[in-house]
Design a protein around this ligand. Structure first.
Ligand code: PEP
Length: 252
């Protein structure tokens, strides 16, 4: 497991072939930032093309089905993502949980399928605004981790956790630095409990309105091991500014 800051772009349902220009620009510049691990999760239709076009960055899916194959119209299995050239997949993004009704156990099954297919996996967790306002954020996220994370030998090495407060995604709002720190400490404790020694190497990404102008401050927080970036990953310029901030953080 790398301990470099991990900066992952989630393109969500954005990107036609023309977006390969951005991916190529990101890939070219990533070669100049060896102190960060950079990856993109484009829509499934572009995975194969990104794999072909990019030499340095990781390429991954945004979701996978928990079954390997079968009568699941419109779904994509982890084995298919792998076959298309993916290195990893995201599972449990709050948009999947909210729009597609995915529960912790669905997310766990998907994460297990991803690992079984030989992929790395980024498991997303995060509280809603009501849960935060009610003072339940730490408890809710800890419960999500307990229910969503795959367990067992060798899992920790291929696992990344992304903390993404639902209310911060795509809104331009971010938690205070103190709240990010408290949440990441709490997630670390849960990972240590579940994976014992191996838990300390699992990177915990922060996600939710990360931009060039707040990346340095967020990435400097203890236990923040990188960022999961939505909107700002759609242009090479804004995404690379975040990658640059991650590397500057190491140099300081
Ligand atoms: C995301 O969707 O994972 C995300 C963090 O989005 P944004 O950066 O746009 O808030």
């Amino acid at each position: 497991m790398s301990n470099l800051p991990y900066i992952v772009g989630n393109w969500k349902m954005n990107g036609l072939r023309a977006m390969l220009t951005e991916a190529r620009a990101i890939d070219r510049s990533a070669a100049r930032y060896p102190k960060a691990q950079v990856a993109l999760a484009p829509p499934t239709t572009l995975i194969f093309r990104l794999r072909d076009a990019c030499a340095v960055i990781g390429v991954g899916g945004q979701d996978c089905h928990s079954e390997e194959s079968g009568a699941y119209t419109g779904d994509v299995s982890a084995a298919m993502l792998k076959d298309a050239g993916s290195d990893f997949t995201i599972v449990g993004h709050s948009e999947r949980r909210a729009i597609h009704g995915e529960t912790d156990s669905t997310v766990k099954a998907k994460a297990e399928a991803a690992l079984a297919a030989g992929l790395g996996v980024i498991v997303c967790v995060g509280e809603t605004e009501d849960e935060r306002d009610a003072g339940k954020a730490l408890k809710i996220v800890s419960k999500q981790l307990d229910g969503s994370l795959p367990k067992g030998e060798g899992v920790a090495e291929r696992l990344t956790v992304a903390y993404e407060p639902v209310w911060a995604i795509g809104t331009g709002r971010v938690p205070s630095i103190e709240d990010i720190a408290a949440m990441h400490q709490s997630i670390r404790k849960t990972l240590d409990k579940i994976y014992t020694d191996a838990g300390s190497d699992i990177r915990i990404l922060y996600g939710g309105s990360v931009k060039a102008d707040n990346a340095s401050e967020i990435l400097a927080v203890s236990e923040v091991g990188g960022a999961l970036v939505g909107g700002a990953s759609l242009s090479a310029e804004s995404f690379l500014a975040i990658v640059g901030a991650a590397c500057a953080e190491i140099d300081d």
